[in-house]
Write a protein that binds this ligand. Sequence first.
Ligand code: PXG
Length: 440
Amino acid sequence: MNTTGTPDLSAFWMPFTANRHFKHHPHLIVRGEGAYYTLQDGRRVFDCLSGLWCTPLGHGRAEIASAVSAQLAELDFAPTFQVGHPKAFELAGRIARWAPPGLNRVFFANSGSEAVDSALKIALAYHQARGEARRVRIIGRERAYHGVGIGGISAGGIAVNRRTFGALASPFVDHLPHTHDPAQMRFSRGQPAWGAHLADVLERLVALHDASTIAAVIVEPMQGSTGVIVPPVGYLERLREICTRHGIVLIFDEVITGFGRLGANFAAQQLNVTPDMIVFAKAVTNGCVPLGGVIVEQRLHDALMQGPEQMIELFHGYTYSGHPVACAAGLATLDVMEREGLIGRARDLAPVLEQEVHALRDEPHVADIRNIGLAAAIDLTPRQGAPGARARAAFEQGIEAGLLLRFTGDTLAVAPPFVSTEDEVRQMIERLRGVLRRIE
Ligand code: PXG
C-alpha cells in the first residue's frame, strides 16, 4: 500500500485489460451496495452493467452473505467425484425446475468458459454413445463470445480471441454469419424484423460438411459481449427447425441471458425456442461465488446412461463441480429472485429502458441503438484513425457523471440490476446523455 491506500498494482495481470493503461489510470472499486459501487476516492457510481452481467440482485445481499457464511461453517468443501453433498442435488433440481420442460439434468462447472466446454463435450459424447462418432463438428457464429476455453474459442467468432490461439482451437468448426446489419435494422426496438433468412446458411453448412459430421450448433440467443445483438424475429426458430431435422444438438449459451435478463427465467422461454442444452453462469449466484453449468435435455443425458451401471458415463468434471459454497450462494440467489419477483421486475423495467435509451438517438456520435429485455447497446461513430477511443472517453466521462459504463470497441452496453428503480434507469440514461454531449 502507498499513502493513498492504493496497493502495488504490478503483480496482478488483469484479464482482457490494457494493463499498462489501467495501471497508469487505475479505477479501484472498494464497495458495492445495491445498484451502486463506491470507488476508492469515495465516489459512488451506478453499476450500469450489473457487474459484468453478474449481479441482477444488486450488491451486498445479506441473504446470500449469510447462506455462504453458514455453508462455510457447516461444510466448506466436499468432493463430488463418487460422493456427494445435498446442496448440489438441491440446486440442480431447482435450476431444472426453472428451465424449459425436458431440460432437467444439470452438470456443474465454475465459469461460463468451463460450462461451454462441458456442453460441447456432452454433445460429442451423446453422438458417440448413439454410434454417430463422426459427429464432431461444431457450428458457432461470427461475433459470438463463448468464453476462453479451447471449445469456446473454437466456436467463438471474435477474430482477436482466436488469432493467437488458432493452433489450439478445434479444426472441426464452422461459423454462421452474425445477424447485425445496421442498414437493415438501425435503431430497432427489440427483435429486428429483418434477418431470419440468415439461419438458412445452416442448411448450406449442412450441405457442405454433411449432417453426419456435425455435432452441435452453439449460439447466444442474444449476443451480449459484442454489443447486445438481438436475434431477428423467426431466426432462432429456424435454427431450431434445421437442427431438429438433421439430428444436430442445439446449444443456447445463456451465460448472459440466463436467470432473467430478458424478462423470463431463460431466453429460451422468453423467445419461445427450446434448445437441447442451456449453458449458464454469472447471475446464478448473483456473481458472489463462481459457478457455471449446463442444463441438459433428459434424452441426451439418458443416451449416455446405457452402459454397465458401475461405469463412469462421462469422462469430464472439475474438482469444484457443485462446490458447496457456490451451491449455497445459488440457492440463496434463486430464493431472493423468487421471493422478490425480480424477473417480473426486469420485465417491467425493460420498456422503460427501451423508451429512454432510444431517446438518445439524436445525441452526438450515436450510430445505432439496440435493446432487448433489460439490456441495451449504443454504437458510437469511431473517431477517425482511433477505434475505441470515443467509447473510452465516454467511459471516463461516465465515471465523472456517476456511471460505471462498459465499453467494447466503440459500443457502450448497459444492463442495470433488476433492483434498479424506474427513476434510476431514467437517471442513468440522462447522465449518459450528458456524457455524449461532453465527449469529443
Ligand atoms: N459465454 C457467454 C455468452 C459469455 O458472455 C462466457 C461464455 C464466459 O464466461 P466466463 O465466466 O468464463 O468469463 C461469457 C462471458 C462483457 C463481458 O463486457 C461478458 C463476458 C465476460 C466479461 C465481459 O459483455 N461474458
